[in-house]
Design a protein around this ligand. Structure first.
Ligand SMILES: [Zn+2]
Length: 382
């Protein structure tokens, strides 16, 4: 079946067409440009609207009352449907530092959702394992009692259960080092996070294949002018894709601007790091067996530690635009093509180009989600 999205301002995001159509056939984009929808009967009018690739969130724990650690298909489906209302078309459900059996249950559930696709929601692209091979002193809201080194973890067993796209670890811990090359061999991003690595240890880790960073600045060694730290290395080493949380709470707006300036739209990756309470009323929720409180957009443990976010990708794009003053196409790139590239799926996802999956968001001029299309199917209409 052929369908066309017509008359919108199309941001691919590497090109901007002031008024153009997107032609879709069998879930795939076949043409983008003015006049390509001629003769097509099935149409979605986007006059006065923006047409962009669907958002790709590579670090998200939960939302709408669900958490990836629930270990059920139902939880991943609930997340997928909620994220679609925020313009997300694909995502990496993210696990927590928990007992290996709990992580494995989550990986199995996510894998099941890839084998038998979810209807009416965003698509899981594979798992982001956040821990358990992290630094105890930088655990943040990751439960400390389940931290272990890679030497004490059957990571091959975990990788064999599903499609692991990213693994966040602390590379300064000697026993974790072999996991970096292993992850890269298996096609996963090797991600520094919850880490106290020095600049020198980061240079070494990049030499082993480390290529991505979890929520830059949050729960990593910060910058001192004689100790550039983990954060300094993340910003300066070109190989690294740098995730950042643009909710205005985890990072000062000026620091968001700094991350984007130093990494550029080709290496800065917008994420939400959202948790179960995202999209839910303020109140108490659970994260890895701990009580968390959602209040006015912030999520904290009872001791005040930030514990993920209630951010959505559409709001992140609006915030980054406000915090950086960058062109809209660049802001969208950091929510679409760059995250897709960072996990090796840019041949199918992340931009509006012939041959790619028809994962598309239609936005109002003030960046509110009007409709979301996943693989050519409209899954949400605002
Ligand atoms: Zn996280």
């Amino acid at each position: 079946m052929r369908i066309a999205i017509t008359g919108g301002k199309v941001i691919t995001p590497l090109e901007v067409h002031e008024r153009a159509d997107v032609l879709i056939e069998g879930g795939t984009i076949v043409a983008v440009g003015p006049g390509v929808a001629e003769g097509v009967r099935e149409r979605l009018a986007a006059d006065g609207m923006l047409v962009a690739p669907g958002f790709v969130d590579v670090h998200v724990h939960g939302g709408a009352g669900h958490d990836a650690m629930d270990g059920t298909r139902e939880a991943i489906e609930g997340m997928a449907r909620y994220f679609a209302t925020k313009g997300v078309t694909s995502f990496c459900p993210t696990t927590l530092t928990q007992a290996p059996e709990a992580i494995m249950a989550s990986v199995r559930a996510i894998h099941d959702c890839q084998q038998r696709p979810i209807e009416g929601g965003a698509q899981p692209l594979g798992v982001h394992l956040e821990g358990p091979c992290i630094e105890a002193g930088k655990k943040g809201a990751q439960p400390g009692e389940h931290i272990r080194t890679a030497a004490a973890l059957d990571y091959e067993g975990i990788f064999s259960l599903g499609n692991i796209r990213l693994i966040t670890l602390a590379p300064e811990i000697e026993e974790n080092r072999p996991l970096i090359a292993f992850a890269r061999r298996r096609g996963a991003a090797a991600v520094v996070g919850h880490s106290a690595a020095t600049y020198e240890q980061m240079v070494e880790a990049v030499g082993l294949g480390l290529n991505h960073a979890t929520h830059t600045f949050n729960q990593m060694e910060g910058i001192h002018h004689r100790q550039p730290g983990t954060a300094g290395a993340v910003l300066l080493l070109e190989e690294i894709y740098a995730e950042f949380i643009a909710d205005g709470i985890h990072l000062h707006p000026a620091i968001v601007d700094m991350v984007v300036r130093l990494k550029g739209p080709e290496r800065a990756v917008m994420i939400t790091d959202a948790i179960r309470g995202a999209g839910m009323p303020d109140g108490e929720y659970e994260l890895g067996g701990q009580k968390i409180v959602v209040k006015q957009g912030a999520v904290r443990l009872t001791d005040g530690t930030l514990a993920g976010s209630a951010l959505t990708m559409d709001a992140a794009v609006r915030n980054v635009r406000a915090f950086t003053g960058r062109p809209l196409a660049e802001c969208l790139q950091m929510a679409t093509l760059t995250p897709a590239r960072s996990i090796g799926v840019a041949h199918r996802k992340g931009s509006l180009e012939p041959g790619k999956d028809a994962d598309i968001v239609i936005l109002s001029p003030d960046l509110e989600v009007q409709a979301t299309m996943v693989m050519g199917e409209v899954v949400y209409r605002g």
